[in-house]
Write a new protein. Sequence first.
Length: 84
Amino acid sequence: MKAVDGRYRVVALTRSGDPKMAVLEWRQESDFALMKQVRFGGDEWDARTICSDISVAERIFKEVYDFGGIMEGLSCMKSQWDLS
C-alpha cells in the first residue's frame, strides 16, 4: 500500500502461475472515472485505482491477517491487463 495525502493505492503480488495475474491492484467497481488519469505520488494513475476510504484497505489487510491471503477481497483486485 502506498499512501499520499489521505489517498492510497493497494497492490498485491500473487503466486499465480499466470503472469497476467501476478500483480493485482485494487480498483473501484464503478466506471465513473473510466480511463481518467490522476496524479498520485508524482505519477499518473487510473483514477479507479486511487482510494480515499481507509475502510477498504482495512478490510483487505484484515483478510490477509486473518486468512494469510486475499480471498473475498480478491473481487475488488484487478490485473493491470484487465482494462474493464
